[in-house]
Write a protein of this length. Structure first.
Length: 292
């Protein structure tokens, strides 16, 4: 029996719905989803296995103009994603006409199959969606363009079938029982960060990083200690809240999601530390897993 395997790299502008699409394709909540742009900073791998195929998904950060060393690191992930894919999955939405020409040029010159997903068609009329499809067929002539609603799982099967069809013949890259190449600690930190984005909408935008300092699996409970790093004392006060109420609520919500994710009982301890200018500190960024 022939076996197909390949790396499918998901690219697009912030907030186009890349994470929602990847999670619908993988069937597990691997990449963090919020309505805020730029929440996915790392390239997260989700692996889908079938009897005769393996798809390795890479969810890149949205394409941003660098303002900090942090952004420069995020863009390195995007550029490497443009180089090491077997298939490109470009996720766009109606307002994405401004996607830089250099990326379209790279896709056109890559010699690799390109699938363009026109996402959020549930928010468009049929005419608008068809217009989008035609526009992308002209911009990237060799691409397969598919209108999709990742949120409502509309046309996800068609995207999946097209991916399988275009996968190269190859043995699997990863053992078949692995869902992802990221450690549990990584997902725990992403869940906590997602909850911070949900709980503190405006006040704590992108000045937060989360590290998991301890992850110990005991007989009937997993002990997790995590530190939330912020840039200023005022942000620390907001996260802690009056008499520690905010951090308590945050911890309860995060613990619930972590328990669901690891299918085990969890004791979660959260700490908050001020770490000034971490976004421009090479050592700090390395510690948080960014490649510089």
């Amino acid at each position: 029996m022939e076996h197909k395997s390949g790396f499918v790299n998901i690219i697009g502008l912030p907030n186009a719905g890349k994470s929602t699409l990847m999670n619908a394709l993988v069937g597990e909540k691997l990449s963090i989803i919020t309505s805020k742009a730029q929440t996915t900073r790392h390239r997260i791998m989700g692996i889908v296995n079938g009897e005769d195929f393996q798809i390795v998904y890479s969810d890149t950060p949205g394409i941003v103009k660098p303002h900090y060393k942090l952004h420069e690191s995020m863009m390195k992930f995007v550029h490497s994603a443009l180089e090491d894919a077997d298939i490109f999955l470009l996720v766009t939405e109606k307002s994405d006409d401004q996607l830089q020409d250099e990326y379209i040029e790279k896709l056109n010159g890559s010699g690799k199959p390109v699938i363009i997903v026109v996402n959020k068609v549930d928010l468009q009329t049929q005419e608008e969606a068809l217009e989008q499809v035609k526009m992308w067929e002209l911009k990237v002539p060799g691409a397969t363009v598919i209108p999709v609603s990742a949120l409502h799982k509309f046309n996800i099967d068609r995207v999946f079938d097209t991916l399988i069809e275009k996968l190269p013949l190859s043995p699997p890259y990863y053992p078949k029982d692995e869902l992802t190449d990221r450690s549990m600690r990584f997902f725990v930190s992403e869940i906590i960060r997602e909850k911070i984005l949900m709980f503190f909408q405006q006040e704590i935008p992108y000045s937060v990083e989360v590290s998991v300092d301890e992850y110990k699996e005991k007989e009937n409970i997993t002990h997790i200690t995590s530190t939330i790093y912020v840039s200023r004392e005022s942000q620390k006060a907001i996260i802690l809240g009056h008499q520690g109420r905010s951090i308590k609520g945050l911890g309860m919500a995060a613990r619930k999601d972590i328990e669901e994710f690891i299918q085990a009982k969890v004791y979660l301890e959260l700490r908050v530390k001020v770490s000034k200018d971490w976004r421009d500190d090479s050592q700090q960024l390395k510690r948080f897993g960014y490649e510089l």
